[in-house]
Ligand binder design. Sequence first.
Ligand code: ADP
Ligand code: MG
Length: 388
Amino acid sequence: MVTACFCCRGRSQRKGMVDIRAVLVRFMQGQFKDRRLRILGIETTCDETAAAVVALKPDGGGEILANEVMSQIAEHAAFGGVVPEIAARAHIDVLDRLVTRALTYANVRLSELDGIAGAAGPGLIGGVIVGLTTAKALALAAHRPFIAVNHLEGHALTARLTDNIDFPYLLLLVSGGHTQLVAVRGVGDYRRIGSTVDDAVGEAFDKVAKMLGLGYPGGPAVEREALKGDPMRFDLPRPMLARQKPDFSFSGLKTAVRLEAERCMPLSPTDVADLCASFQAAVVDTLVDRLRAGLRRFTQEVGACKAVVVAGGVGANGAIRSALQRFCGEAGLRLVVPPPALCTDNGAMIAWAGLERLRLGLTDDLTFPARPRWPLDADGEAAHHGKA
Ligand code: ADP
Ligand code: MG
C-alpha cells in the first residue's frame, strides 16, 4: 500500500516498498562487492526521450553502461519549436523500447537494479508525466527504490559522473529552457546566483535561427553559419555587460538581430552568415562576462571555487567552449565541459543523480508529483515564482 507524505512533498520513505536502508546496509556489508550499484534513469522533460543505466565505480565515479536517447527533432521541426502535446505522445511511443534497449545493452535485468530514477521536472508537464509514471511503475513492479530527480540536478551533477570532481563548483547551465549560474555545494545543496531575466540562451539561438530561415534546432545551424561569417560586421549589444549581479538577458540581443536582418532584406547568404557570426560573438562576450560576475559572487558567498562546469545543449557550441576555456585558463580555474551527448538532455544524468541520492539514502514516495516548475535552489523554491 502506498502512503502519501504531503508535508515533505513526497521526499520520504514509503511503506510497503523496498526499504532503502536495507539496500544501503547490504552495500556497506559488502554484499555487492562482486557487482556495483546500478541505476536506471529516465528522462522525458522536453524533446528527448532517454533511458540509461549507470553504475558506481569503486573510486566513487560513475560508469555509463547504456545511454539510449531518441531526439524528437524531426517531429517538431515543421513547427520551429517544441510542441508539448506532440512531445508527450512521442515519449509514449518510444519509451518502453528505449528502456528495454538500455537494460539489454547494460546486460542487467530490472530485478537486478538497485534503484530507478525518473526526472520529475521541471519541464513540459505531459512529457514529465510519461517518464515519471513509467519510472514509478517499474519501481513498483520490480520492488526497487524510486528516486525522483530534478532535471536541473541531473545537469548539475553530470561533471561528477564524467570527471569525478569535488564540491563546491560553479555550474553554468545553458540550455533551451534555462540559463543559470548555480553554486553546487553538495547533492541537494544548490544556490542559484544568477539567471536570465527573459529568454534562455538556447531559446535565443533557436529564435535567431528561425528568423533567418535556418530551421530547428537553431543552435547548431547558427554555429555552422557563424563559421563562414564576419563577427565584426554588425555591432550588436552585449546585454548586462559589467553588471555586478550575475544575471543574463537575451531578448534585446535577439531583437537587435531582427532589426539588422530587416534592414538587410532580402538577405543574402553572406548577410545570414555575418548575422550569425555577430550574434554568436555577442553571446560569447556576454557569457564570459556573466561568468566573471558569477565567480565574484561565488567567492563572496561560498568560498574558493574549485572548478567551473558547463551543462546544457548550448555547451556543445565550439566558440563558446573555446572562449570559456580561454577565460578559465587565464583565471587558473579548471573548466569541465562534459561531452556534447551529456550536455544535452540524456538519461545518464538522471541515473547518476539518482545514484548520488540513493547513496545518501534519499529515495522518494510513489506519490511524488510531476513538477513543471521546480527550482533547484531553496531560495527559488521558497519564492516559487519565475522560470524554474
Ligand atoms: P532543453 O532542455 O531546453 O531541451 P537541451 O540541453 O536539450 O535543452 O539543449 C537544446 C538547446 O541547445 C537548443 O536551444 C539548441 O538550439 C541549443 N544548442 C544545441 N547545440 C548548440 C550549438 N552547437 N550552439 C548553440 N546552441 C546549441
Ligand atoms: Mg532538449
